[in-house]
Structure formats: C-alpha cells, structure tokens
Design a protein around this ligand. Structure first.
Ligand SMILES: [Zn+2]
Length: 398
C-alpha cells in the first residue's frame, strides 16, 4: 500500500502495457463502477447466521441467493447481493417452463442439447441439467424474471453466476449452434464483406459440419471464421449482461450494482466488465503447491487494470485439498494476500469443495482461526481504505 492518492509504479506499468489494448481504451471510455466495495470490506460468499457475520465483521453478502425476510434480517446493515445463475438453475427453469423448456436449450453442431460438465450428477424430474442458451427468448425471459424477482425481494445488488451464459460453453465443441445463434451470426456477417462468403445463404453449423468432414482431425477452433464466432458469442454475453443491468435499475428505480463470478485468469471473462461494479469470483489458488501462488495476485492486478475490486474465493479443487489436509494456515495466507493486494478473499466460512471422486462437498472453516484476521481489517480500516496498491509487478495480457 502506498500513500493516499499516490499513483503506483505498477499502475504506470500497466498503463504502458495496456496503452494500445482495447481493454485500456474501453476502460478509459467507460463510466466508473458504482463504489460498492471499499478495501476494508469483509465479503461473505453465502448466507450465514447473524452471529457468524458479526464474528467476522461482515459488511457485504456477495452470493446471497434470493433475499427472504429472514435472510435480509440476518444480514441487516450489510450490502445484500442476490444471486442469479445462468447455468446452475436448470431445475428452477424447468419448473417455470415444464412444457416448453426445450426451446431454451443450447444445441451442439448436430442439434443435440448438451449438459453442464460439472453438473452431470444433477437431474430434475429425470431431466439432466442441460446448458441453456442466453440468445433464446425463453431462457432470456427466465433470467430476466429472476433478476426482477431478486431486486423486488430487496437485494441491494445482483450477482450473476456463469455470467457468460452461452459463450461460457465455447469450450464444449464450439458452444451453442442453435437456430438463433446461427441466424444472429448470419445477420452479423451480412454487415461485413468477407471474401468468399455469401452471407445470404450462410449457415455456420452447416459450413462447420462440411469443413470438419473434409479432413479427419479438424477441430472447430481451426476454422477461419472461429475468431469471429468466438467474439460474436462473447459480445452477445456482454450485451445480455448490459440489458440485465438496465432491467435491474428500471425495476428498482435506482442504479443497482452488479457483480459476476468472473474467473479473471481466463481473459474472456473480462468481456462484460463494463456492466460490473465488482468481481466476486472463483480464482485458482493452487493449494496443492502448499505455498502462496502468483495466480490470485495476477487476478487482483487484472481486476485493478479495469478499475474494479475483486472479492475472490479459491476453486472447488483448492477447498477440497484444504479440507483433506486441514490447511487452515494456508488459508490464513490467502486472506492476508488478498488484503495486501488491495482486494480480498471472501470469508471462508463455508466453502464449496469439488473433486471428481467425491463430487460436491463442503469445508466449514475454523472460525477461531479466520475471523480474527477479518476483524483486524475492520478494526484498522485506515490501513486499507482510500489507499492505492503499490507493487513492482505488471500484468501483460494480450
Ligand atoms: Zn444458442
């Protein structure tokens, strides 16, 4: 931490590194985020009992679910972010549209729906957790209704999990090729003149299928139009997030702060940063190395490069490792590292653990070891607030 108001050398380096990058240009042009988090905030991930919030000195609830009178009362005085999931809420979506939920499903290159890879052990009324398409009106309606419901229930802000929606599945065989994704891509290509392409009769799934069939071993990522397709899907995600932000503000009659589980170490997660006021995200902490990792530091710097705070948590694999080895000391290091970087690790009160063998399980952090560190921050706010970070570290990112 440097003197109040100082411009750190790190920021100058970042400015130099980013001077020619689109992110830097966008950052300069975009309105500043709402001031939701201060450096001394103590962010909880999930709902907890009031005495637990108090033990930690909690000030913000980041992934608060849908606010209910009891949960709002327990979190009184805290900023309550209600959460909406674009990938994890299949059961709820299926219940909302039991007769026509299929209209909103993503489709692979062969027209078949595909599952969310980390929810393959989930079903609802015998239906697997399909990935749903954020370009399809049925699913957009569902997500929009959830945002409105969350704001009306009294949330201060909205947290979006899996905020890239359809674009988050690009790694699964190229993502969604449903009729709408194909048609809107065709419409976009009509605005450009690409040599050798007649957009009037252009169907990208068909083009890809033929191209793949021409030579064994080809992958969709190798197709000449892949970079355009990828950018198109990520822009679509950012546009939808922007619509949701406007919807939340219109519903509440005030600006509603937004956050997302934006795993910044994968660059595309920055696609919609302009619609976000802070990042509240899973960042790999590499627990199995049994020492502090530079990965979360890089994520904190990435957040800073786009002028947003990052309230991080470790990955499900990290928490599973911590639980198995009882590594509370390592977690104390993560907490200190977060605040030292000018950001924070969300209070590790109850953490989602995941391994292939055990699936989902939970780590209940020893409060007597973690809570005093967070209370120290709250009791010494002047050491944190309104200061700029100062580090001899630049992040160069293409
Ligand atoms: Zn689609």
């Amino acid at each position: 931490m440097g003197a109040p108001g100082s411009i750190s050398r790190m920021k100058l380096l970042l400015a130099a590194v980013c001077a020619l990058s689109p992110v830097a240009a966008l950052t300069a042009a975009s309105p500043p985020p709402l001031p939701v988090l201060t450096r001394s905030d103590v962010v909880f991930m999930y709902q907890a009992a009031r005495e637990i919030y108090q033990e930690y000195g909690a000030t913000v609830l980041a992934w608060g679910g849908t606010p209910r009178p009891a949960s709002l009362q327990a979190a009184a005085g805290m900023k309550f972010f209600g959460s909406v999931g674009m990938v994890t809420e299949f059961a709820r979506y299926h219940e909302r549209f039991p007769a026509n939920y299929e209209e909103g499903l993503c489709r692979d290159l062969h027209g078949k729906p595909y599952q969310v890879p980390w929810l393959t052990d989930h079903q609802h009324n015998g239906v697997p957790f399909w990935w749903c398409c954020t370009r399809q009106p049925r699913f957009r309606q569902y997500i929009s209704e959830r945002v409105v419901e969350t704001v009306k229930a009294g949330a201060h802000g909205v947290h979006i999990d899996d905020h890239l929606g359809t674009a988050g599945s690009l790694f699964i065989g190229g993502g969604c090729f449903c009729a709408r994704c194909a048609a809107e891509f065709q419409a976009e290509l009509k605005l450009e003149a690409i040599p050798g392409i007649d957009p009037r009769n252009f169907n990208y799934p068909e083009v890809l299928r033929s191209w793949l069939a021409e030579a064994p071993g080809r992958k969709v990522e190798g197709h000449p139009l892949w970079p355009r397709w990828r950018a198109y899907q990520l822009r679509g995600a950012a546009n939808f997030m922007s619509e949701l932000r406007e919807l939340a503000a219109k519903t509440a009659g005030r600006p509603v702060p937004m956050s997302a589980n934006a795993c910044l170490l994968w660059g595309p997660h920055l696609s919609d940063f302009q619609t976000l006021d802070f990042f509240s995200a899973e960042i790999d902490h590499h627990a199995s190395a049994l020492k502090l990792s530079p990965a979360p530091v890089a994520a904190y710097r990435m957040a800073e490069a786009v002028r947003r705070p990052l309230a991080s948590t470790a990955s499900g694999g990290d928490w599973a490792f911590v639980k198995e080895r009882n590594l509370a000391g390592l977690v104390q290091g993560w907490i200190a590292l977060g605040y030292a970087c000018g950001h924070s690790l969300m209070a590790p009160n109850r953490q989602w653990c995941y391994t292939k063998e055990k699936g989902t399980h939970w780590y209940e952090g020893p409060r007597e070891k973690f809570a005093p560190l967070y209370r120290f921050v709250r009791e010494h706010r002047a050491l944190f607030d309104e200061l700029e970070t100062h580090a001899d570290l630049a992040v160069a990112y293409a």
